[in-house]
Design a protein around this ligand. Sequence first.
Ligand code: PGA
Length: 251
Amino acid sequence: MRIPLIAGNWKLYKTIAESVALVNELKPLVENSAGVQIVVAPVFTALSRVFDATEGSQIKLAAQDCYWEEEGAFTGEVAPKLLKDAGCSYVIIGHSERRQYFGETDVTVNKKTKAAVAAGLDAIVCVGESLAERESEQTFSVIEKQIQGGLAGLSAEAFSHVVIAYEPVWAIGTGKTASDAQAQEVHAFIRQLVVRLFGQAVADSVRILYGGSVKPENVKGLMSQPDIDGALVGGASLKAESFAAICSFNS
Ligand code: PGA
């Protein structure tokens, strides 16, 4: 039984006050959303205050990235245990924007994922093909490489703290969503890959989220696919009303 997970990735948007206000607006709207886990990922500077604001709600906190060392002379980095300290339960790792603009690779995704899980966080590990890769029929090989590299050397126990997010790069922030069938095809492929890497039981329980222009209008169709267990939502998570509507996809 996989509990659906809806995560809002706020990217580089909102001040502390705006972030707290968004959570306060969201809280009553998702109060009765049963059978779904809700996560929000504000910018680093807002984490602690947003955590305080989530008190008394079922909303959990995620960071958008982390480093892999616990401490040291690493100017500008944030360690997983400090995210935990700020109230995070989750951390997003390997988002395509980090791969595209900040030199994230499968090797760094792997180090970060291991460090995050070791610190007691659940890691939302992102994978996805570009438009050129899809058009040249490399989708499956790209995803396979990202998953094998990003999750290399994890034990089955460590992997039980991983959530995979499939986000086709061409669908992120573009308004173009993968069709339900296109998304399901890749999700099923990912689950089969997990069977090979970690066994059937682990594959049956891992949650695979879809991301890329998820909106209140398309979430139901996506969530009705057998291998889609949730959503990673960017733009539509910045407004309480649309994010709450996505969270109540099953009502
Ligand atoms: P989007 O972003 O919903 O705005 O396409 C998704 C993401 O980048 O996680």
